[in-house]
Design a protein around this ligand. Structure first.
Ligand code: HEC
Ligand code: HEC
Ligand code: HEC
Ligand code: HEC
Length: 123
C-alpha cells in the first residue's frame, strides 16, 4: 500500500468505529414492555428519560454513569428470584421495579404518575 492508501484505510476505519460507538450510545428504545403475568407494563422510556434529564440517567440505571452510556437492561442483574452479589441482596425484578417505579410515582407532586396496580399492569 502507498502512504495515501494507508491514510484512506485509516480514515475509513476511524469513521466506522465512530459510527458503531454512536449506534451503541443510542441503543435505548422509545418504549419497553415488561411481560408480567398479571398484565403487561408499558414503559415509555423516552418520556421518562426526557423528564429526568440527561446526566441523571442513573436515577434508574443505578449501576451506570450519569449519561447512561453504559446502561444495561435491569434483568441482566435482577432475576425472577432474588439473588446475592458481594454479600448484598439483589432484589428480584418485581421488587426492584416496584421500589424504583412505584417509589418515584408515589412522590410525584402532580399525582400524574400511576400507583395503582391496574394503571401499570394492563391485561
Ligand atoms: C425512569 C427510569 C429510567 C430513566 C430515567 C432512564 N432509563 Fe434507560 N431504561 C430504563 C428501563 C426500565 C429500561 C429497560 C430495561 C430492561 O429491559 O430491563 C431501560 C433501557 C435502556 C437502555 C437499553 C439497555 C439494554 O441493554 O437493553 C439504554 C441504552 C438506556 N436505557 C439508556 C438510558 C439513557 C442514556 C438515559 C438518560 C438519558 C436513560 N436510559 C434514562 C429506565 C430508565
Ligand atoms: C449490573 C447489575 C445491575 C443492573 C444492570 C441493575 N441493577 Fe439494580 N441492583 C444491583 C445490585 C447488585 C443491587 C443490590 C446492591 C445495591 O443495593 O446496590 C441492586 C439493587 C437495586 C434496588 C434496591 C436498592 C435501591 O437502590 O433502592 C433497586 C430498586 C434496583 N436495583 C433497581 C434497578 C433497576 C430499575 C434497574 C434497571 C433500570 C437496575 N436495578 C439495574 C445490580 C444491578
Ligand atoms: C424518577 C421518577 C420516576 C421513575 C423512576 C419512574 N417513573 Fe413512571 N412516571 C413518572 C412521572 C412523573 C410520570 C407522570 C408523567 C406525566 O404524565 O407528567 C410517570 C408516568 C408513568 C406512566 C403513565 C404515563 C406513560 O408514560 O405511559 C407509566 C405507565 C409509568 N410511568 C411506568 C413506569 C415504570 C414501569 C417505571 C419503572 C421501570 C417508572 N415509570 C419509573 C416518574 C417516574
Ligand atoms: C409503576 C408501575 C407498577 C405498579 C403501580 C405496579 N407494578 Fe407490578 N410490576 C411492575 C413492573 C415494571 C414489573 C416487572 C415485570 C417484569 O418482571 O418484567 C412488575 C412485576 C409485578 C409482578 C411479577 C409478575 C411476574 O410475571 O413475575 C407482580 C405479581 C406484580 N407486579 C403485582 C403488582 C401488584 C399486585 C400491584 C399493586 C399493588 C403492582 N404490581 C403495581 C410495575 C408496576
Amino acid at each position: 500500500m502507498t502512504r495515501r492508501q494507508r491514510l484512506i484505510v485509516a480514515v475509513v476505519l476511524a469513521a466506522t468505529f465512530t459510527f458503531v460507538a454512536v449506534a451503541f450510545a443510542a441503543a435505548a428504545k422509545d418504549s419497553y414492555t415488561f411481560d408480567a403475568k398479571n398484565g403487561k407494563v408499558t414503559f415509555n422510556h423516552k418520556a421518562h428519560a426526557d423528564k429526568v434529564g440527561q446526566g441523571k440517567c442513573n436515577t434508574c440505571h443505578h449501576s451506570s454513569k450519569g449519561d447512561g452510556s453504559d446502561a444495561k437492561g435491569c434483568k441482566e442483574c435482577h432475576k425472577a428470584e432474588k439473588g446475592e452479589k458481594d454479600g448484598k441482596e439483589v432484589p428480584a425484578m418485581k421488587d426492584a421495579a416496584h421500589k424504583k417505579c412505584k417509589g418515584c410515582h408515589e412522590k410525584d407532586a402532580e399525582k400524574k404518575a400511576p400507583t395503582k396496580c391496574t394503571d401499570c399492569h394492563k391485561k
